[in-house]
Design a protein around this ligand. Structure first.
Ligand code: ADP
Length: 347
């Protein structure tokens, strides 16, 4: 057996241990049965191990399916966030490094400070948005009254209409921001509901056909039953945001088609349009907050720049992923891939 540890020491074992103990990171050597061969001081502290040669199974310290999956892969670039088994307020980033043919090194890094800072930042943004909501509702309400007031002199009509448009835009951005903060603060859906995806698509289609500029065609094809286990509001938000974009980014003669099918990998919802399309270079960035290819066009058409970020988080809450295909001048396709665990097969 070509074991790393059977190669024999080149340096004295004590020197190597001393060096590893001096690291800020935690280091754990694991054998092929996931038993702890040795752990440095920081790792022993975070795992509350009394003995560096503990021989215990590392899975006992991180008893989740995500950790099992992470442990079985050998991609050194992937990392997993976990909580210290000793202290729930310590956040760790874990990384696996294969060693020889059978052993592994588990590297643990304390990421409590960056995680806390990120939380402070998002809490601040969420609180600021909440604080802005009430005054904005009052301002928008008065502006609306002024738009309808016949006694307002003519030379004030245009500025008041502009004010009304801008306050509507602020309300949309604020409302999308609040949805996004809410999604970010929850990780997984805990209260699962039975969601009829086809009914959601049909309702969104109805609204879309009543829009000021409806599409020329809106086809819907559900090959299989589309009942999923998830969250109704989040699922509506996914379909709504993608369909709204399909409508927004079609010039004239817009054609939208929605398809659903199930295969071994799960359920797949495709929303396709024949709109302006996008260049390849934008595709992996358009789910970022406020990333817009043409800011002017998006704003003019009522976009907030947050729709696809909301879609991404709402899909993540379902352990689902988003695939985007697009060609400039031809159109775009957004495919939501739901895992098998989310599909409810009707009896
Ligand atoms: P927005 O409110 O600006 O539409 P989104 O987050 O929904 O924000 O989308 C981000 C950007 O992705 C858009 O500004 C647009 O440039 C591009 N985009 C999204 N959907 C489509 C589509 N169906 N066709 C072309 N471009 C799109």
């Amino acid at each position: 057996m070509n074991s790393f540890f059977s190669r024999g020491p080149k340096y004295s074992e004590e020197t190597i241990k001393e060096a590893l103990n001096a690291l800020r990171d935690g280091v754990i050597l694991i054998d092929k049965n996931n038993k702890i061969i040795w752990s440095n001081e920081n790792a022993s502290k975070w795992l509350n191990l009394n003995d560096p040669f503990s021989q215990e199974n590392i899975r006992a310290y991180f008893p989740t399916s995500e950790f099992d999956e992470f442990l079985s892969q050998s991609d050194q670039n992937s990392s997993l966030e976990a909580i210290s088994p000793l202290n729930k307020s310590i956040f760790l980033s874990l990384q696996i490094i294969p060693l020889g043919e059978t052993e592994k090194i588990l590297v643990l890094r304390d990421i409590t400070t960056p995680i806390r800072l990120e939380k402070v930042r998002t809490d601040f943004a969420a609180n600021a948005s909440h604080e802005l909501r009430s005054p904005l509702t009052v301002i928008a309400g008065y502006i609306e009254l002024m738009v309808e007031d016949e006694s307002i002199p003519n030379n004030w009509k245009k500025p008041i209409e502009d004010l009304a448009k801008q306050s509507e835009r602020m309300k949309s951005v604020l409302s999308d921001l609040l949805v996004l903060f809410q999604l970010e603060s929850e990780s997984r859906i805990t209260d699962e509901e039975i969601v009829d995806l086809q009914a959601i698509v049909m309702a969104v289609r109805k609204d879309c056909m009543l829009a000021k500029k409806p599409p020329k065609e809106f086809k819907v094809d559900f090959k299989d039953s589309a009942v999923i286990l998830g969250d109704e509001v989040k699922t509506q938000s996914i379909v709504n945001n993608i369909v709204e974009n399909a409508l927004r980014y079609c010039d004239k003669d817009g054609e939208i088609s929605v398809n659903w099918f199930i295969d071994k990998a799960g359920g797949h919802l495709s929303i396709k349009d024949n709109g302006i399309g996008m260049e390849e270079k934008h595709l992996n960035r358009i789910t970022e907050r406020f990333y817009r290819i043409d800011k002017g066009r998006s704003r003019k058409l009522g976009g907030t720049g947050l729709g696809l970020a909301i879609v991404k988080y709402a899909l993540q809450a379902h352990e689902a992923t988003l695939e985007i295909k697009s060609e400039l001048g031809i159109g775009s396709e957004f495919i939501c891939h739901f895992p098998v665990s989310r599909i409810q097969i009707e009896q």
